[in-house]
Design a protein around this ligand. Structure first.
Ligand code: UDP
Ligand code: MG
Length: 314
């Protein structure tokens, strides 16, 4: 029988713990053809979350508690859970029932159909504020533009199913700056999606404010791509062209029209400034080109991942 791991990070979720277990157990009891383990990562909660989890563990043996030494954050907590999970497939989900356990059956059906990554994609974002909706759209467009060959699905958070192989590859990534929703598409493999409506938080409050959302956005961009490091090169080329055009125009006008000395001198000063700025950005370009190599080398990602090697029979 295949083992499926449900990975759940929890930070100050005492209000949610009973609701979560009531719901998840109701769903999992109906799915007979798999064994389940529930890996809960207690991310340094300061409330009763841990003691509630321990009480729950005395009732259900398939609960594994990973207790972190302090609060590390959502991404590291998920990474710790995935590392601990032993399942043939792993389903990370939020504790607050915003990732509905009722969808697990649909994720598993796709897994049985041979998909190694099954993304749970939100249909819409009606439950979000206008600001969160707008920033999410812009953010995904921006990342999609920068991410090149890696196809980052829109409106997919942590909630998804990944196979053992995908989890192993994610665990192998050595970067410190973890952004799960970028790591999975990087790893690749046969991927599909299942749509769902994201409900409101079952109880308690969100841990994400504007600051942590911005941090996630910056982390996501920085771990996807070094493209911003090419921007100084583009600025350099732009200023150089500007300088060239301005200088040539001035030389031509110098010989054809007799402009006043004041105009000529201030134009010359303008040209000089453009020239110096292009020099500055040339130097910055060199630095950023090397920096982008350093970034890629230190990120130390595999430069390919093999799905299978197919050998002809002789
Ligand atoms: N979480 C965590 N560590 C943190 C913040 C959040 O483990 O430092 C967990 C939290 O308990 C929840 C999940 O991450 O299970 C998602 O958090 P939340 O519901 O606050 O985010 P939102 O759904 O509002 O984006
Ligand atoms: Mg939530």
């Amino acid at each position: 029988m295949k083992l499926i791991s449900i990975v759940v990070p929890m930070y100050n979720e005492e209000k949610v713990v009973p609701l979560f277990f009531a719901e998840i157990n109701k769903v999992l009891e109906k799915i007979k053809q798999y064994q389940f383990e529930i890996v809960v990562v207690n991310d340094g909660s300061k409330d009763q979350t841990l003691s509630l989890l321990k009480a729950q563990q005395s009732l259900q043996k398939n609960l594994v508690i990973v207790n972190l030494s302090r609060n590390f954050g959502h991404e590291p907590a998920v990474a710790a859970g995935i590392k601990t999970a032993k399942g043939d497939a792993i389903i990370p989900m939020d504790a607050d029932l915003q990732d509905p356990p009722s969808l697990i059956q649909a994720l598993l059906a796709k897994f049985e159909a041979g998909f190694e990554v099954v993304n749970a994609k939100r249909k819409g974002r009606h439950e979000d504020t206008f600001f969160k909706r707008f920033s999410a759209i812009k953010f995904y467009q921006f990342v999609a533009k920068l991410s090149g060959k890696i196809k980052i699905p829109q409106n997919v958070g942590h909630f998804r199913l990944i196979s053992r192989r995908v989890a192993d590859e994610v665990n192998r990534l050595s970067e410190r700056n973890r952004v799960f929703r970028i790591e999975v598409p990087f790893v690749g493999f046969k991927t599909t999606e299942v749509l769902f409506d994201r409900p409101k938080r079952a109880a308690g409050e969100t841990h994400y404010n504007l600051k942590s959302m911005l941090k996630l956005a910056v982390d996501a961009i920085a771990s996807t791509t070094s493209v911003p490091l090419v921007w100084p090169v583009q600025i350099f080329i732009f200023i150089l062209i500007l300088f060239g055009l301005s200088a040539i125009t001035q030389i031509i006008l110098f010989f054809t029209l007799s402009l006043s000395e004041v105009v000529m001198v201030s134009w010359l000063v303008g040209n000089l400034i453009l020239f110096l700025f292009s020099l500055l950005f040339f130097v910055l370009s060199i630095l950023s080109l090397y920096l982008s190599r350093v970034f890629i080398e230190t990120q130390n990602r595999p430069f390919y991942i093999i799905d299978e090697v197919i050998v002809g029979r002789s």
